[in-house]
Design a binder for this molecule. Structure first.
Ligand code: HEC
Ligand code: HEC
Length: 338
C-alpha cells in the first residue's frame, strides 16, 4: 500500500513539475525592467517572474544556433538587434534557405502584446517560442529532440538549475526565452524625449508630422495608439483586393476577418523595412503613399483608411515623425546584445 502511495506521489510530482504548476521557488536577484516613465508595467506571468539568471539564460538561447536542426541559425538571425529585432528581408528564410511566408515583425515591446503572430494565433510568449523551433521553414526541428540536445550540456544545465531549479528541458527553454524577450523595452526615441519635455528633440517638420499623425484627418492613431503605437486590434487596411495571406481569418474562419492583421507597433519602424505582413512595401514613403491613396476598398477594409490627399510637405512631415520613433539606445543596449 505504502509503495503504491509512494509511486503515486512520485508520479504526481513528475506531472506537476512537467506542466510547470509547482510553486515558484523564491526569486533570487529579481531583474529590474527599466521602464520609461510613460510606460505601464507589462503583465508578467506569476510562474515566470523576471530574474537575472532567467533573462541571462534566455539571452544565451536567443543567440544560440544550437536551437535549429542543423545549428546554423538562431532567433537573432531573423530578429537582429541592429534592425530593431526585425530583419531586412521581404520574407524570412530559415534553415537551408527555406522560405517562410511572412515578413519578420519587430520584437520591440513584445512584452505588452496580448497575443502573438500577425493573426494573433498564439496566446503566450512562452508558447510562441515553440513556433520557430518546430516550423519547417524556420528551425525545422522538434521540441523534444531539442530538449534532449541541450540537456546534456553542463553549462546550460547549470544555468537552468540556477534559473528554474531544474535541469535543461522544454519548460526552461520556453520560459527563459520569453523572459529575455520581455526585457526588450524601447521608449527612448526622440519622440519620447520630446513628450517628456525636451522641446528640442523633434525638428519642426517632425512636430508637424506628429500633429498630423494624431489628427482626426489621418486617423493613424486610432489604430497606432498609446505608448506602443498599437491597439493590437486586427484590421484590414485595403492592401489587396484578394489577400493570399488571409490573416485573422486563419483563426476565426469568419469571412469578415479576411485580410485583417494585428496592428503593428511603429516603434523603430524606420529600421524595419520592408513593410507589411508580406514585406510588399519597400519603404516608409511607399507606406505613406498607401495610406494617402486610401487602399483598394476591400469589403473588410477599415473605414479609417480612406483617401487623405496629403501634400508633399505633409508626406515629408509624416515620414520625419515616423523616423523620430527610432530608439538608438535600444538598438545599442549591451543588455540585449549577444
Ligand atoms: C526564419 C526566421 C525566424 C526565426 C529563426 C525566428 N523567427 Fe520569430 N518570427 C518570424 C516571422 C516570419 C514571424 C511572423 C510570423 C507570423 O506572424 O505568423 C515571427 C514572429 C515572432 C514573434 C511574434 C511577434 C508578434 O508581433 O506577434 C515572436 C515573439 C518571435 N517571432 C520570437 C522568436 C523567437 C524567440 C525565436 C527563436 C526561438 C524566433 N522568433 C525565431 C521569423 C523568425
Ligand atoms: C485601421 C487601422 C489603421 C490605420 C487607420 C492606420 N494603420 Fe498603419 N497599419 C495598420 C495595420 C493593420 C498594419 C499592418 C498591415 C499588414 O501588415 O498588412 C499597418 C501597418 C503600418 C506600417 C508598417 C509597419 C510595419 O512594420 O510593417 C506603417 C509604417 C503604418 N502602418 C503607418 C501608418 C500611418 C502613418 C497611418 C496614418 C496615415 C496609419 N498607419 C493608419 C493599421 C492601421
Amino acid at each position: 500500500m505504502n509503495r503504491v502511495f509512494t509511486y503515486l506521489a512520485v508520479l504526481m510530482i513528475i506531472l506537476i513539475t512537467a506542466t510547470g504548476c509547482q510553486k515558484d521557488p523564491p526569486l533570487q536577484f529579481p531583474y529590474e525592467l527599466s521602464l520609461p516613465p510613460h510606460f505601464p508595467e507589462p503583465e508578467i506571468p506569476e510562474e515566470n517572474q523576471l530574474t537575472e539568471s532567467r533573462v541571462a539564460l534566455g539571452k544565451k538561447l536567443f543567440y544560440d544556433p544550437v536551437l535549429s536542426l542543423d545549428s546554423t541559425i538562431s532567433c537573432a538571425t531573423c530578429h537582429p538587434q541592429a534592425t530593431g529585432f526585425a530583419d531586412d528581408l521581404m520574407i524570412s528564410t530559415g534553415i537551408q534557405g527555406r522560405m517562410g511566408f511572412r515578413n519578420v515583425p519587430t520584437l520591440t515591446n513584445v512584452a505588452y502584446h496580448p497575443y502573438f503572430f500577425r493573426e494573433g494565433g498564439n496566446p503566450s510568449l512562452e508558447g510562441q517560442v515553440l513556433g520557430p523551433i518546430c516550423s519547417f521553414d524556420e528551425f525545422g526541428f522538434n521540441a523534444r529532440e531539442l530538449a534532449d540536445r541541450l540537456s546534456g550540456d553542463t553549462l546550460y544545465d547549470a544555468m537552468a538549475m540556477d534559473a528554474y531549479k531544474r535541469p535543461m528541458d522544454l519548460y526552461v527553454i520556453t520560459r527563459a526565452i520569453a523572459a529575455f524577450e520581455r526585457t526588450l523595452i524601447s521608449g527612448n526615441a526622440p519622440y519620447d524625449q520630446f513628450i517628456l519635455g525636451d522641446s528640442t528633440a523633434l525638428s519642426p517638420i517632425a512636430q508637424q508630422g506628429m500633429n498630423l499623425f494624431f489628427s482626426e484627418r489621418t486617423a493613424c492613431a486610432t489604430c497606432h495608439e498609446g505608448f506602443d503605437f498599437s491597439n493590437y486590434a486586427f484590421e484590414n487596411i485595403g492592401l489587396y483586393e484578394t489577400y493570399q495571406d488571409l490573416g485573422r481569418f486563419r483563426i476565426t474562419l469568419d469571412s469578415a476577418d479576411i485580410g485583417k492583421i494585428k496592428v503593428p507597433t511603429l516603434r523603430n519602424v524606420a529600421l524595419t523595412a520592408p513593410y507589411m505582413h508580406d514585406g510588399s512595401l519597400p519603404s516608409l514613403e511607399a507606406v505613406i503613399d498607401h495610406f494617402d491613396t486610401g487602399g483598394v476598398q476591400h469589403p473588410n477594409q477599415s473605414s479609417d483608411v480612406k483617401p487623405l490627399h496629403l501634400s508633399q510637405t505633409e508626406k515629408d512631415a509624416l515620414l520625419a515623425f515616423l523616423q523620430s520613433l527610432t530608439d538608438e539606445e535600444f538598438i545599442h543596449n549591451p543588455n540585449f546584445s549577444k
